[in-house]
Design a protein around this ligand. Sequence first.
Ligand code: C5P
Length: 226
Amino acid sequence: NDQQPLAGLNALITAGPTQEPLDPVRYITNHSTGKMGYALAQAAKALGAAVTLVSGPVALPEPTGVNVVQVLSAEDMFEAVQRRFASADIAVMAAAVGDFQPEHADAEKIKKQGRADLTVRLVSNPDILVWLGAHQRTDGSQALCGFAMETEDLIHNAAKKLLAKRCDMLVANDLREPGAGFATDTNVVTILTPAGNGKGSSGGENNGGADDDGADDNGVLNQQVH
Ligand code: C5P
């Protein structure tokens, strides 16, 4: 109905940072607060969806009426999302997933005594969104939305991600834009959708890929939203 346009649909949303352990007391993470993903989960719930929120460690209260799955590392988040994707009609990957993890997490606390320096080798984490893009239902009945935060060439990089990760929509935000970036109560984004894609682009003005920002977007149309 009008108030609940997502009634009957399952939404799978990720939020927050991940923690990649170095030893039992230390980890590598990022500045994500989870605000964006939690707000999306609440909004999807209000629009009638059955929402599962896979969340990295954040300081936010769990939204009511939302199934919250708490995870720590990118690998944990990957497993949690993989298990739930087949039944998701909408997947919104708003988490700031760590791109790398220490190759080896020490079982004991790393000691500083006797060390002048310490080298930690990092290895790539699985890219959850890439996996989702490659494992979508073949009937096109799932909507897949990714996020991108960049410090340079935002639209160009976001357009590349949209296509490489086979998303229906990519929300691009600039770390340094006032009112956008980490830990803000507002966001300023550009929403990119693939040109000529029937789903997910309603309201967008399809200009056939000849968008006006001058970037080489490989047939991506975009739209500024505040
Ligand atoms: O390539 P980048 O990490 O900037 O892509 C951002 C998008 O990809 C976000 O939607 C993020 O949630 C998702 N992502 C992911 N798994 C990763 C890295 C990023 O799902 N390991």
